[in-house]
Design a protein around this ligand. Structure first.
Ligand code: FO1
Length: 318
């Protein structure tokens, strides 16, 4: 085993962007040395199923089955269930593909049998041949609520904002319903306290709705502040834009500059290092001024080689 494979990484991640970097790590590290803690604030109950979009995106990405065109769901998906649902006047704003239904059926059966989300996620990951540990941030329901400044919308459940309303309502804030009563996944806490841990990596996911729900769990922010290992975030903003999703639009609406320096400020007190894209190298000084180390590389991950190169850059920085 080489030195890189022996490093032990704990990733905090949301969906697409986070899953890409997690895939990069999975190709470099010994499987026992990668734990991926996934946001469950996007989860919701729909058509009798418990939908866990970020967990499924991570599982589908790590098993090489993700739908690259949509950015969610499975490759080669078909939509007969949705067509039938629509014909019968069912709720058709949220697309559940025929293949994806198999995941949802299995999750439902395992839930009905009394399993918790950690056990279910482990089962679904191992069914897909994944050896790395994928952990929901909590076994308890935490639901991200989008606060809109438009009174027509008011407070919106995350998927209603994201999919049904296509991220159009202007955002004025967020809260994580259930977070105060929830317990962080004990396996997550154990991983945070693992004496063999090399670093905690905050993936380039949306800080407001993918990472903050994880940080909102009781005790997690404090554990990150107290950890002795480096905490490294990869900025999700490149040249004033997010690669995917509403991060930049949200920053605009929250009157936060759409810069990696603003991302550094958001995570100030928690992170030691921010990795920014070459495009944003002019922001290195503003990040450093916050007492955060700024490292620059290509953070845009188009190919598998890009994902591995970014993961390697993080590992080499340790
Ligand atoms: N995103 C969409 O934009 N439209 C959909 O109809 C949709 C369905 C869907 C079904 C299962 C699943 O796991 C994810 C799905 N997503 C869909 C993605 C998801 O809503 C978001 O990408 C995440 O919540 C944001 O990270």
């Amino acid at each position: 085993m080489n030195q890189t494979e022996q490093k032990k990484i704990l990733c905090l991640c949301g969906g697409v962007g986070g899953a890409k970097l997690a895939l990069g790590f999975s190709q470099l590290l010994n499987p026992d040395n990668l734990t991926i803690v996934v946001n469950t604030g996007d989860d919701f109950e729909h058509l009798g199923f418990t939908i866990c979009p970020d967990i499924d995106t991570v599982i589908y990405t790590l098993s090489g089955r993700s739908n690259k065109t949509l950015g969610w769901g499975l490759e080669g998906e078909t939509w007969q269930f949705m067509e039938e649902l629509k014909k019968r006047g069912g709720e058709d704003w949220f697309l559940l593909g025929d293949k994806d239904l198999e995941t949802h059926k299995k999750r439902l059966l395992l839930l009905t049998d009394g399993n918790d989300l950690t056990a279910i996620t482990a089962q679904l990951a191992s069914d897909s041949g994944i050896e790395q540990r994928i952990l929901p941030m909590s076994n308890d329901p935490v639901r991200t609520i989008i606060r809109s400044s438009d009174p027509l919308f008011g407070d919106l459940a995350f998927q209603h904002y994201f999919v049904r309303e296509k991220c159009e309502p202007p955002v004025s804030g967020f809260y994580f319903h259930g977070a105060e009563q929830a317990t962080a996944n004990p396996a997550f806490v154990q991983a945070l306290e693992d004496p063999a841990l090399s670093a905690i990596v905050i993936c380039p996911s949306n800080p407001f709705v993918s990472i903050d729900p994880i940080l909102s769990l009781p005790g997690i922010r404090e554990k990150l502040q107290q950890t002795k290992v480096p905490v490294i975030a990869v900025s999700p903003i490149i040249g004033g834009q997010a690669v995917k999703g509403p991060t930049a639009k949200m920053m605009d609406e929250l009157k936060i500059p759409k810069t990696s320096a603003a991302i550094a400020e958001h995570y100030q007190g928690l992170i030691d290092t921010l990795i920014l894209d070459n495009t944003d190298s002019d922001q290195q000084q503003s990040v450093t001024a916050l007492g955060i180390e700024a490292l620059v590389t290509q953070t845009l991950m188009k190919s598998d080689a890009d994902k591995q190169a970014l993961a390697k850059f993080v590992l080499d920085s340790l």
